[in-house]
Design a protein around this ligand. Sequence first.
Ligand SMILES: *Cc1c(COP(=O)(O)O)cnc(C)c1O
Length: 356
Amino acid sequence: MKIRVNKSTKIGQKDRPKDSELGFGKYTTEHMFLMDFTREKGWHDPRIEPYGDLSLDPAAMVLHYNQEVFEGLKAYHLQDGGIGLFRPDKNIERMNASARRMVMPEMDAAFVLQALKELILLEREWIPKSEGTSLYVRPTMIANEPALGVRPADQYLFFIILGPVGAYYPEGFSPTKIFVSDEYVRAAQGGSGEAKTSGNYGPTLLASRQAAEQGYTQVLWIDAKERKYVEEVGTSNIFFFINNELVTPPLGGTILPGVTRDSVLQIARHWGLNVSERLITIQEVADGAQSGSLKEMFATGTAAVISPVGEICYQENVFQIAGGQTGDLSIRLYDEITGIQYGRKEDPFGWRVRIA
Ligand SMILES: *Cc1c(COP(=O)(O)O)cnc(C)c1O
């Protein structure tokens, strides 16, 4: 399919902040990619248009029944002046997996990659250049058929929007404080926890608000059934370096299969570390924090890459991890992954995809 391009007549007029003021998710670029799906025609009319409002019927099914899936990845200015993506095939594959879970149509992976490339190259001036900054990419699919009644829609819209984002750690890598929620849960077995679908996020806001009111930046989710196994932190996966074993909970339906999680596992195995995907209880974490056998705890995700945890609060007990300091393994993993992403390091796994 050929992508029709309708360039904005207002190029250069959109507010473009300094790299130091970027933050996360505050700005979008001047164009977006769109494509429609109907049962009769399949995916059709791929196009790049000036960025702007969508027109949706108030009965659009996404607004009522949450048939939505999305992705998050980044485009980077490479050290040699080129432009790179990091494992975009994993994001596209996961979007199709999320779509299957939500009874939404899958897309051709090669075509989605082509659409990503064309849009990003058109907006290449928007990729910030300072250390640690990037262009965030948000592919999204929604059910836009106007119909009330709970059933899978027959009509969908896929779009990709972009926005420059700042360095996550402008003042260095400082550990966060995490609140363990034993009141609310994020995902239960048989639910939609392993899909990146909007309905998973709204219900987490109340727990996040309560954590924030007590001075904590994120919520640590434990399993819905026994309320004892660690699952994720906020919208990131979680790792523990305990008794010289690097542990992360296994994917079992309730955990989002993070691209960063998979990258950390592969790198750590490549380095010869003792790595396990196994169940870990919040009690084991608390005990490890107290005895000192828990050397590091960190969250992983596209936005921050590696986010060290310095303190957890569980049932009103507060535990410091490694004296609230950032550990060596966290730093080493952060340097390795960002080094591959920005083209500063060798890429032994072939993860960097050069698009310019
Ligand atoms: C997106 C997301 C992650 C991290 O996935 P990455 O591919 O590493 O960015 C982890 N948990 C949840 C709930 C997420 O939505």
